[in-house]
Write a protein that binds this ligand. Structure first.
Ligand code: ATP
Ligand code: MG
Length: 432
């Protein structure tokens, strides 16, 4: 990909009303465009990251048996009246009158529509269990849409719904999805902590949130000092989890400094971003909506459900909140828009440096490395370096007169800042 041709270059100026680090950096680096408060469009680089996050989500959810569907965003009042949520979600759901006086709404979530589909298709225990998911935009008239991509009024959600004959079957599946979620966040460069939160349906059970510790998070959580899952940052070593105790402040039975109720060590307090939330729904939606099946012994029973949400657009914002420095974004490898940011400092299209850069680009692309080549001729070296730091691709490869004198290129790693000289002929071997 040639940077000279790319739509959406970096910009030095910042919209004055943008407070959040994620949106400031994503706008400046040319990844996102603000439509209005809580509504975003993705530009080419931003879309590449967004798609990579969704690919990871699909891989991991498919691996636990989720089957992808796509439900409509436009909803009818009648369907949501069946559970009383047309009324109870009034504040947050965009609702409006359609042609002929029919009331319509934009989906805030999809329990009602997915149950409506399931009840048209299943009748027997033989149809169970199954799990359906989609990646689709949700609409919520959020009161505080000031956190950039973290809190959209239109935002992307992956919502998975599972359907079971027994509570035991749901319990087993729930644990599988929990593990899949942790793998998803890890692959996105985020160490999420599993935190107990409100929203459980069965007595004494909680829902589970996946929280990423970061000072700019909106949520407050209490967690055992041995429950710190986070990747290493420069100057800050990563830590492993040895106790899994963590509670959201909204339900917490402890406070900072207390003894951990599980292991007796100290309870800490921290700010965090909720990137996912999973619930055991039981029969909360299947009962009022009449989603039933005939059991093995011929009894009619309500289907037992679980639901599992995570937000690809919020994940994108959270990655930037965690992975940045004063120069710009630092993309984790698997979600970076490209693998390599190639730079050459030519001022002339016919120079040897330019020819060598072209060759390096071809070598990389032949080995299936995605390259963003900053091929601009009219931009200073300093500007190119600053743009590379702002855009945040993990590996920068520089071709200059100096490196060429040794038939080499300079590799520089965005995260550690370390650099090394590598012969062009050894490049692919070195990278793989
Ligand atoms: P919050 O408490 O932050 O408002 P929520 O608990 O209402 O979120 P859920 O209904 O549990 O959110 O949604 C599942 C997931 O969807 C969340 O964990 C989050 O990743 C994402 N999400 C929810 N609301 C938003 C939003 N307004 N903007 C972006 N992502 C969101
Ligand atoms: Mg939630």
């Amino acid at each position: 990909m040639l940077y000279s041709k790319l739509f959406g270059k970096t910009s030095k100026t910042m919209p004055s009303d943008e407070e959040a680090i994620n949106s400031q950096l994503l706008i400046r680096a040319g990844f996102a465009h603000k439509v209005m408060s809580g509504v975003w469009s993705y530009l080419p680089l931003g879309l590449r990251v967004f798609e990579k996050i969704k690919d990871i989500v699909r891989e991991e959810i498919n691996a636990v048996g989720g089957q992808e569907i796509l439900m409509s965003a436009l909803q009818s009042k009648e369907l949501w009246d069946e559970t009383g949520r047309w009324e109870s979600l009034k504040e947050i759901m965009f609702q409006f009158e359609g042609r002929g006086g029919a009331w319509l709404g934009l989906s805030t979530t999809h329990e009602e529509p997915v149950v409506d589909i399931a009840r048209a298709k299943i009748s027997s225990y033989k149809d169970l269990p199954f799990a359906l998911y989609q990646i689709q935009d949700k609409f919520r008239n959020e009161p505080r849409a000031k956190s950039g991509l973290l809190r959209g009024r239109e935002f992307s959600m992956k919502d998975l719904y599972s359907f079971h004959a027994t509570k035991e079957d749901l319990d087993g599946y729930y644990e599988k999805v929990k593990e899949a979620y942790l793998r998803i966040f890890k692959r996105c460069g985020l160490e999420a902590m599993v935190v107990e939160a409100s929203g459980g349906v069965f007595s004494k059970e909680h829902s589970h949130e996946f929280q990423v510790l970061v000072e700019t998070g909106e949520d407050t959580i209490f967690y055992c000092e041995k429950n710190v899952r986070r990747p290493g940052l420069p100057g800050r070593p990563g830590l492993d989890t040895k106790c899994d105790f963590a509670q959201n402040k909204e339900i917490a039975e402890v406070y900072a400094g207390d003894k951990c109720p599980k292991c007796g060590r100290k309870v800490l307090i921290g700010k965090a971003i909720e990137v996912g939330n999973i619930f055991k729904l039981g029969t909360k939606y299947s009962k009022p909506m009449n989603l039933k099946f005939m059991s093995k012994d011929g009894k009619e029973q309500a289907v037992i459900m679980g639901c599992y949400g995570l937000g690809p657009s919020r994940i994108l914002g959270a990655i930037v909140e965690v992975w940045h420095d004063d120069k710009g974004i630092i993309w984790p490898e698997e979600v970076s828009p490209c693998c390599v940011h190639l730079l050459d400092l030519s001022k002339d299209d016919k120079s040897n440096v330019r020819k060598a850069a072209k060759k390096v680009c071809e070598i990389l692309e032949k080995a299936e490395w995605e390259v963003l080549w900053d091929d601009r001729l009219d931009v200073s070296a300093g500007e190119k370096f600053a743009d590379a730091d702002l855009i945040g691709i993990p590996l920068r490869i520089l071709v200059s007169e100096k490196t060429l004198a040794k038939d080499s290129v300079e590799l520089k790693y965005r995260q550690s800042g370390k650099a090394e000289i590598v012969k062009i002929k050894d490049l692919i071997k070195k990278l793989s």
